[in-house]
Design a protein around this ligand. Structure first.
Ligand code: SAH
Ligand code: SF4
Ligand code: F3S
Length: 471
């Protein structure tokens, strides 16, 4: 049994790491043929992509995926810690599984992902969720087949969580959720330690994948007919810093742009190390999508300081303007937290005025959620929950107003759309534009899913655009 330890997870020292190649224990291959698994994924794209590896690992030992947890032999929850409601959802599901297990003693239940890295969560599982068969964390995902096998063979609870990152594992199998769009990890972990955020504790320090490994993966995706790659990291702008003196995200983007892939996206960019070079590269290549997610969190420099974000309102706006003025037709989206401890009315008003200035194309807005073990958890928080909810609502009204306003401007224009499917409700095709807007559209001819077509926009809504095939 290995339990997570926050003292360890908090350490900021950068460790040496090796790249090692994954190999499946040959004894386990197909061992569980005929068994079925149900996997539930919470959280961000990184977790979604981890789940693509998890599905492939389970498949390699014989499991088959089903979408009804009540009929599964194995239920695995890939969890998220970012806010309290993510926690609550996973614990709610655990409650349902407890009932199910009372009827079906042979059901196997596993927990992985960010919550597994939390000391208090694992303590709770040990105390109140004894029926959980196994737990593993974000740093040893590749050990899933062995941990699961051990839990079944020994018929006892296996808890195997590493508190710190270890070697970087290449060559994990993957079953991708989409056949045109693929996620590609470029950097793991986060060194920023924003004071509200749990990610540095659950995902460890920054480790970049070697550029050769990334380029090879993209090359294979191109060969397999993928149309879009999204480069993933908690802070992709830090790519390469831990590995190379003179190779960074701008270089990587440029190398990928020269490959034959129609669409390249990347997320998330921390404003602090967004370089001019990156902006130039994005502007230069047509296949790097003009769409930047640039989380601001707050429009008050005082609150930004308390959040440990390393930029001020002024320096953020300077970067924002530079991106807007250099990349033609760029769309910028953001994340905003309201009700951070110490956020006074005036601070919140500054966030609203920043939003009025930036007129974001999309924004994810949240009420601050206390995460155990983070510095912000100890800050005095005097604003009532009612007040925070009211602030969130006011903010949402303004961001929504600009989503609609920006979309209105696109009426009558023609956008390039990657066709993803046909929506059952509307009987229309749907897909995303280069700037990541959802487009529903009609077409008199049948379209191939995964193709990129021109769509004339005929009307707009807050969250989507409607149109018809152009030509
Ligand atoms: N690495 C990304 C963010 C990942 S988390 C970045 O730095 O941009 C996604 C978003 O969740 C954050 O941008 C933040 O807005 C929100 N978030 C993170 N911790 C939170 C907390 N404790 N309470 C509320 N929102 C939080
Ligand atoms: Fe969290 Fe900040 Fe790291 Fe983003 S940059 S993952 S908000 S600590
Ligand atoms: Fe959640 Fe972990 Fe992602 S906390 S947002 S799943 S990195």
């Amino acid at each position: 049994m290995r339990l997570p330890n926050y003292q360890e997870a908090r350490k900021r020292d950068i460790r040496e790491y090796k790249t090692v190649k994954f190999e499946l224990d040959s004894k386990l291959k197909e061992k569980y043929k005929g068994k079925k698994f149900y996997l539930k994924t919470y959280g961000c794209q990184m977790n979604e992509h981890d789940s693509e590896n998890i599905k492939a690992l389970l498949t390699s030992i014989g499991f088959q995926e089903i979408d009804n947890y009540e009929k599964a032999d194995l239920v695995l929850l890939n969890t998220c810690s970012i806010r309290e409601n993510a926690h609550n959802k996973a614990f709610g599901m655990l409650g349902r599984l407890k009932h199910l297990k009372e009827q079906r003693k042979d059901l196997i239940v596993g927990i992985c992902g960010c919550m597994a890295q939390e000391e208090s969560v694992v303590e709770e599982i040990l105390k109140d969720y004894k029926f959980v068969n196994f737990v593993f964390g974000t740093h040893n995902l590749e050990q899933l087949p062995n941990i699961l096998d051990k839990a079944i063979e020994e018929n006892n609870q296996q808890i195997e969580v590493l508190s710190r990152e270890e070697d970087l594992v290449e060559g994990l199998p993957v079953i991708r959720a989409n056949s045109y769009k693929a996620y590609v990890n470029i950097i793991y972990g986060c060194n920023k330690f924003c004071t509200y955020c749990i990610v540095p504790y659950t995902r460890g320090r920054e480790r970049s994948r070697k550029k050769e490994d990334i380029l090879k993966e993209v090359e294979e995706l191109v060969r397999d007919g993928y149309k879009e790659v999204t480069l993933l990291g908690q802070n992709v702008n830090a790519y390469g810093k831990d590995l190379y003196e003179d190779y960074n995200l701008a270089n990587l983007l440029e190398d990928i742009a020269k490959m034959n892939i129609p669409r390249i996206r990347f997320t998330t960019s921390h404003p602090w190390d967004f370089t001019d070079n990156m902006i130039e590269v994005i502007a230069k290549y047509k296949n790097i999508m003009p769409s930047v997610h640039l989380p601001v969190q707050s429009g008050s420099s005082k609150v930004l300081k308390l959040m440990g974000r390393r930029y001020t309102k002024e320096s953020y706006l300077e970067l924002f303007d530079k991106i807007k003025n250099t990349i033609p037709n760029v769309s910028i989206s953001t994340d905003i937290i309201v009700g951070f401890p110490g956020e006074e009315k005036e601070d919140f008003e500054e966030t609203l005025s920043l939003v009025e200035y930036c007129k974001y194309d999309n924004a994810f807005t949240f009420i601050f959620s206390k995460r155990e073990g983070t510095p912000a958890c100890k800050l005095k928080d005097e604003v009532s929950i009612e007040e925070k909810e009211e602030r969130l609502q006011r903010l949402n009204e303004i961001v929504n107003k600009y989503f609609l306003e920006n979309n209105k401007k696109l009426e009558g224009t023609t956008l390039s759309v990657l066709v993803e499917g046909i929506s059952n409700k509307k009987n229309m095709y749907y897909g995303y534009s280069e700037t990541n807007k959802l487009v529903n559209f009609t077409s008199i001819k049948e379209l191939e899913l995964g193709s990129i077509v021109n769509v004339k926009i005929t009307s707009s809504k807050t969250w989507s655009l409607d149109g018809e095939l152009d030509g």
